[in-house]
Design a protein around this ligand. Structure first.
Ligand code: ADP
Ligand code: ZN
Length: 304
């Protein structure tokens, strides 16, 4: 069996794995994200230890953003403007190549997750959006089997939304835009506006309808712009099980029947869903990136 390496590089933790997308991880390790030198020392040690499982044919990286995803740009594989101290400009591909010279590929964690979610349902979806609602709001897009890139990667977590009256004049927490979607509805915004993290708000708290309204505005925008067959909702905040049905109902209401099937709640249940992957979608996506790098571009860092 051919095995691959996967790294899900996050702002709070790096998850490393050896295995394959289809069969799952054979071994994983979770490493706290510190400065790049000490973090990558641990990543290298993981792959060293995992050498007994056999050589990896490629390594895929699903990274927090913003990150350079255009192989023609000098920024390819580098972390761009980030508030995370010490990480701006870090060349993730070079850091991995320093300990393992195999084909490498990188994309955002959410684009990788979107690729994994397409694969998890047999690969025959034309358009899919993966949304994570956690410390930030990230959106990955796959169109016709490829992750969407253009001027960098999509950043739909920062769209402007219509403010919910319950938020009053709350300024929002996005350092770039204040009250964009992420600034109103990601984890830090929840704590700032409601006085407790989302994980501690009871299921019957009025907050959940407000959160659903904002996320439904994102879903509406995604349906209207890319017509996805499926929007997958993941991330820590989505662990509140009440949220998904609220988002479906509010999205249907906002769309007003304007998108095919939008009034049909059975159809909406197929279109706005939780993750289908058995492991974290970003990690599975990193395996897929590794597979593609190994298959198509042996020996060189590649665009997927
Ligand atoms: P990150 O974005 O850093 O990867 P997560 O996706 O785990 O992190 O999201 C963290 C957020 O998820 C926090 O704001 C936390 O309050 C929220 N969260 C975690 N567990 C739950 C839960 N069971 N219900 C609702 N919110 C949760
Ligand atoms: Zn923003």
């Amino acid at each position: 069996m051919t095995i691959h390496g996967a790294i899900e590089a996050g702002g709070t933790k790096f998850v490393c794995a050896v295995g394959a997308a289809e069969t799952g991880s054979l071994r994983t390790a979770t490493i706290a994200t510190r400065d790049p030198d000490s973090t990558f020392a641990e990543v290298a040690a993981f792959f060293e230890d995992a050498a007994d499982l056999g050589p990896v044919s490629g390594i895929g990286i699903a990274s927090f953003g913003p990150v350079g995803v255009d192989p023609a740009s000098p920024d390819y594989g580098r972390i761009l403007a980030t508030p995370k101290p010490g990480w701006e400009g870090t060349d993730l591909l070079a850091r991995v190549r320093a300990f393992r010279d195999v084909p490498l590929a990188i994309d955002t964690d959410v684009n990788a997750a979107a690729l994994a979610e397409v694969a998890a349902v047999g690969g025959d979806l034309r358009q899919l959006a993966y949304v994570t609602v956690g410390t930030g709001i990230g959106v990955g897009l796959v169109s016709e089997g490829r992750a969407v890139h253009g001027i960098g990667h999509p950043e739909a977590g920062h769209i402007l939304v219509r403010r919910h009256p319950a938020h009053g004049d709350f300024a929002g927490t996005c350092p770039f835009h204040g009250d964009c979607l992420e600034g109103l509805a990601a984890g830090p915004a929840v704590s700032a506006a409601w006085g407790s993290p989302a994980s501690e708000l009871p299921a019957d708290h009025p907050f959940w309808a407000v959160e659903a309204d904002y996320l439904a505005q994102l879903c509406m925008t995604l349906f209207l712009t890319m017509a996805p067959e499926r929007i997958v909702m993941g991330g820590g905040v989505m662990k509140q099980e009440r949220l998904l049905p609220l988002i479906r109902a509010r999205t249907a209401e906002l769309l007003g029947g304007y998108v095919q099937g939008a009034r049909d709640m059975a159809a909406m249940e197929q279109r706005i869903v939780g993750p289908a992957c058995r492991e974290p979608s970003g990690l599975v996506g990193a395996f897929l990136l590794a597979e593609r790098a190994a298959r198509h571009h042996a020996g060189t860092a590649s665009r997927i």
